[in-house]
Design a protein around this ligand. Structure first.
Ligand code: FES
Length: 566
């Protein structure tokens, strides 16, 4: 019988597991709010390069938002959350192998409040406590030039901390990597312009004569006391966090341990409570972690071979990432999984994985089953055409044919799986619905027929006989997977389809020879496309090797005669 305390602990543990994932996301979103605030702040400063009036007008608009009740609540909540979650992250840290980026981000994050307290108290604090109008005229009076170095340091700490966080979050996203140089440019431009605007405005203000102090001596004294109080409070919090961290560290060192066996690798013991990624790092076992353990990239994932039933369930953040990559139930994120009992695992991705390679280890890494449409196309009489020709001519014609057909396939939304000599295998419907895939395959066949006509026209002087081709189309379930070594990203990058549907589509393409037609579409593919046979298409039944029943198909002399999808 479970005691009340045990029951309470169990409930608390369950809630904690549910809450933990949202903490990762909260940290990200609160960080984004603060980064947006800092960016707007710096852009506002940059207007100092134009005029004091422009700077002030933008500040009025900015303050209307950030000093409204909603703006204040959002900003204060984000700051508090980000600070507390950052400290929590620090307290949980059981080792110092963070990597340079992680260490810089953590260190800068902890240093920011030291400088920020003074800045915030001097502006908004003065406004809230003593009703000071903290316009740019006041801010420049208070901060130029005596605060110039401190401000430069603060801008550098905030900006680098934020940019590192953003970079780690966005690294696995292809669009980010494509425009990386633009982001680098902005990362340098925004703080530089912001600081230059502050300097320019400060100098101008000096020339114009500045303003007199808005504080009475008592107020000024009060502000200094506040400053001392908040600075001391922050140092006390920091000292407490370090003390807790040390206690946890000691607890780990002398507390319970578990055994982690790496399949085809070492067996190590580690304190209970460490994540698998931390165990790997602690024991110098190569382990990919592109996002630095933030449950964003999925590159740290491991397959659990033994001990799956004793693992804590995945948190929401972990579940979301695992679902995104279509991982099976025995795959977990190394950075999130904190085993409480012995287990055997194998790491799935190469440890030297770069952010731009992470995308190749997607859901197809383990294979997924989908209803897709396959299109096979083959150049007819190619051997005969090559006879007596220079090899250069043959390669030229073949490349023209394959290149133009591949374009037609891709323009119709298909994926060219492979070129096979003088033939092509293409997949449709990998992402959309099966109906859409079948329609696109038929549209591609029509387009390819038109392309062949224009190719024959443009090459008529080099060809003794016009080029001809056969196309086979069939829809059905197939396995989509990346084929190749599991540990080498260049080979796993090849995505292909496997299964009976593939064989049937290939045999339909073959059947077009005997049937004397350009295209053969299975009746099933035509049916799910929602298109109707017309008077130029002919129903046929063919025997397909490996199928017990004859297959109903629709053929056409030219693929352009197939019904036209919208
Ligand atoms: S390291 Fe990125 S999800 Fe684990």
């Amino acid at each position: 019988m479970m005691s009340a305390t045990q029951a309470w602990r169990r409930v608390a543990r369950r809630w904690w597991r549910r809450l933990r994932p949202s903490l990762t996301q909260l940290r990200l979103w609160s960080g984004l709010v603060l980064f947006a605030f800092a960016t707007a702040h710096l852009c506002n400063h940059a207007l100092g390069l134009i005029s004091l009036e422009a700077m002030q007008a933008a500040q009025d608009m900015r303050l209307a938002l950030t000093r409204s009740l909603l703006g204040t609540v959002v900003l204060c909540t984000a700051a508090l959350l980000h600070f507390c979650l950052g400290l929590w992250q620090f307290v949980k840290l059981r080792m110092w192998r963070l990597g340079i980026r992680g260490a810089v981000q953590l260190l800068f994050g902890l240093l920011i409040p030291v400088l920020l307290i003074r800045h915030v108290l001097g502006t908004r604090g003065a406004h809230e406590l003593y009703g000071v109008t903290d316009s740019y005229a006041y801010a420049l009076w208070a901060m130029w030039p005596n605060e110039a170095v401190r401000l430069a340091l603060l801008v550098a700490l905030v900006w680098i901390h934020g940019c590192l966080g953003l970079h780690m979050w966005l690294s696995p996203k292809p669009w980010y990597r494509r425009h990386l140089w633009a982001f680098y440019g902005l990362a340098v431009l925004i703080p530089s312009m912001g600081y230059a605007g502050y300097v320019a405005a400060g100098r101008l203000q000096r020339q114009l004569g500045g303003i007199s102090s808005p504080f009475t001596p008592d107020q000024y004294e009060g502000l200094q006391q506040q400053l001392g109080f908040w600075a001391d409070a922050y140092y006390a919090i920091l000292a407490a966090a370090v003390a807790v961290w040390l206690l946890l560290l000691l607890g780990n060192k002398f507390g319970a341990r578990i055994t982690v066996r790496y399949y085809n690798g070492p067996t190590v013991t580690a304190p209970r409570g460490l994540s698998i990624l931390e165990v790997s790092l602690q024991n110098r076992i190569p382990h990919a972690a592109v996002c630095g353990g933030r449950a964003r990239c999925s590159t740290c994932r491991v397959r659990v071979i033994e001990g799956l039933d004793q693992l804590p369930p995945p948190s929401l953040a972990e579940l979301q990432v695992l679902r995104r990559v279509g991982a099976p139930a025995n795959v977990r994120l190394g950075c999130q999984l904190r085993p409480t009992a012995n287990l055997t695992i194998s790491t799935l991705l190469p440890a030297n994985l770069e952010p731009n390679q992470a995308a190749t280890f997607d859901k197809y890494h383990w294979g997924v089953e989908r209803e897709i449409t396959l299109l096979f196309c083959d150049l007819r009489g190619f051997t005969k055409m090559s006879e007596g020709r220079l090899s250069f001519d043959v390669v030229f014609v073949l490349n023209q044919f394959l290149g133009r057909m591949a374009e037609a396939i891709e323009d119709s939304g298909g994926f060219v799986d492979k070129f096979m000599g003088d033939g092509i295998m293409a997949i449709f419907g990998m992402e959309g619905t099966p109906e859409d895939g079948a329609r696109r395959a038929i549209a591609a066949a029509r387009a390819m027929s038109g392309v062949l006509d224009s190719l024959n026209q443009s090459l008529h002087e080099e060809l003794r006989i016009p080029l001809a081709m056969g196309i086979g189309i069939h829809s059905g379930h197939a396995i989509l997977g990346r084929i190749g070594s599991a540990q080498r990203s260049e080979s796993v990058a090849h995505l292909t389809a496997l299964g009976e549907t593939v064989n049937i589509a290939s045999r339909l393409e073959n059947a077009t020879k005997d049937l004397g037609v350009q295209v053969a579409v299975s009746a099933y593919a035509l049916k799910i496309s929602g298109l109707l046979a017309n008077d130029k298409t002919m129903p046929r039944t063919v025997e397909i090797r490996g199928l017990s029943q004859p297959l109903d198909i629709v053929v056409a002399l030219r693929a352009t005669s197939l019904p036209q999808p919208e």
